[in-house]
Ligand binder design. Structure first.
Ligand code: PMP
Length: 360
């Protein structure tokens, strides 16, 4: 029986990548050692990091105006790194809040810098949605504008990009990076924890406009210092080498499979299949307005919540793993990142239909 893993993160990885990693695990490139047990400064590993960055630059069309960093500490590490690096005296950092993760980013930034939180949700009678970016009413002056284009817990996605005449735009793309085409030039800093669309946890990717590296910010740990990491080729200290290796393999897999454009088409098809099924059912519901629905994380509720544990148990038995919703919002959640094939979503829809029939 095929098993499909709908975990929000660490998430499913492409099976082809896992197979290759397994084959190379003990003896990488005929060197007689694993990639995990060799110097990060060896010529072979340095070649890997170069290849990895070049691949990401091609996939996302990243120009030379940006530095690409591979850092420790996942998404939350960047919740700290952003204010520490970008703080400016007598200015407030603007945090646009649209869900659990963007609020957590504000809380962390508050420890280091002055923040102004803006609520960009536009919920109406039980329907969740996000205001159009043109209506966000950003203040005239700010050290930077931070937002989260895809809220992993809430299942809300923002497809437009906010702009500001002077303040840099910072995006937490942990759960949407590489899932759809974006114009990197509309941003000043993009970051993402790896464990959804990139690879295993333990590494975070930062794409930062080089001009921003001149900001002094606040005193900070070396491992969170963008300018230092840029100067050191992301090797100020020993990086998470296995996660870096696997990220390089995922990028290669993406390039071999049509790149971000092809992923986006598949992600649209997967999301449509699942949302259409839910919308046409009187057994399940999704509470997000159509224009704000995430393509990566689909929360859904059984109208009769007393059936929740039965649904989770039986879906697990059917090989559909990790569908229980986040503890904060309850219900169910299907995370359908790049590695999830259309057949996985079809299997979920078939199961949901059969479950609804049996329990109606
Ligand atoms: N931002 C977003 C949008 C996330 O989904 C997550 C994790 N699910 C984080 C930040 C935090 O990432 P980490 O656990 O790597 O610190």
């Amino acid at each position: 029986m095929s098993k499909y893993n709908f975990c929000a993160g660490p998430a499913m990885l492409p099976p082809a990548v896992m197979k290759k990693a397994q084959q190379e695990f003990i003896d990488w490139q005929g060197l007689g050692v694993s990639v995990m047990e060799m110097s990060h400064r060896s010529k072979e590993f340095l070649a890997l990091t170069k290849k990895c960055e070049a691949s990401l630059r091609r996939l996302m069309n990243i120009s030379d105006e940006f530095e690409v960093l591979f850092m420790h500490g996942g998404g939350r590490g960047q919740f700290s790194a952003v204010p520490l690096n970008l703080h400016q005296e007598n200015k407030s950092a603007v945090y646009c809040e649209n869900g659990v993760w963007s609020k957590s980013a504000t809380d962390e930034a508050n420890k280091f810098t002055q923040t102004t939180a803006i609520d960009v949700r536009n919920d109406t009678d039980g329907q969740f949605s996000i205001k159009a970016v043109a209506d966000w009413q950003l203040p005239a002056d700010a050290s930077y504008i931070h937002y989260c284009p895809n809220e992993t817990v809430d299942g809300l996605e923002i497809f437009d990009v906010p702009s500001h005449p002077t303040a840099p735009i910072i995006a937490d793309m942990s759960s949407t990076i590489l899932s759809r085409e974006i114009d990197v030039n509309q941003f000043d800093l993009i970051y993402a924890g790896a464990q959804k669309n990139i690879g295993p946890s333990g590494i975070a990717i930062v794409i930062v406009r080089k001009t921003l590296l001149a900001r002094e910010g606040l005193p900070k740990p070396g491992i969170l210092d963008y300018a230092l990491e840029a100067k050191q080729g992301s090797m100020f200290n020993t990086p998470p080498t296995f996660a870096w290796y696997l990220a390089a393999e995922v990028f290669q897999w993406l390039e071999q499979n049509g790149g971000v454009k092809a992923m986006e088409a598949q992600n649209i098809a997967k999301a449509e299949l699942l949302y259409n099924f839910i919308d046409n059912s009187d057994f399940y519901s999704n509470k997000v307005a159509k224009h704000s629905r995430s393509r990566m994380n689909v929360p859904f509720w059984l109208n009769d919540e007393s059936l929740n544990s039965k649904f989770v148990a039986q879906s697990n038995e059917a090989g559909l793993l990790a569908l229980e919703g986040h503890r904060i919002v309850g219900g169910m959640r299907a995370s359908i990142y790049n590695a999830m094939p259309l057949e996985g979503v079809q299997a979920l829809v078939d199961f949901m239909a059969a479950f609804a029939k049996e329990n109606s």
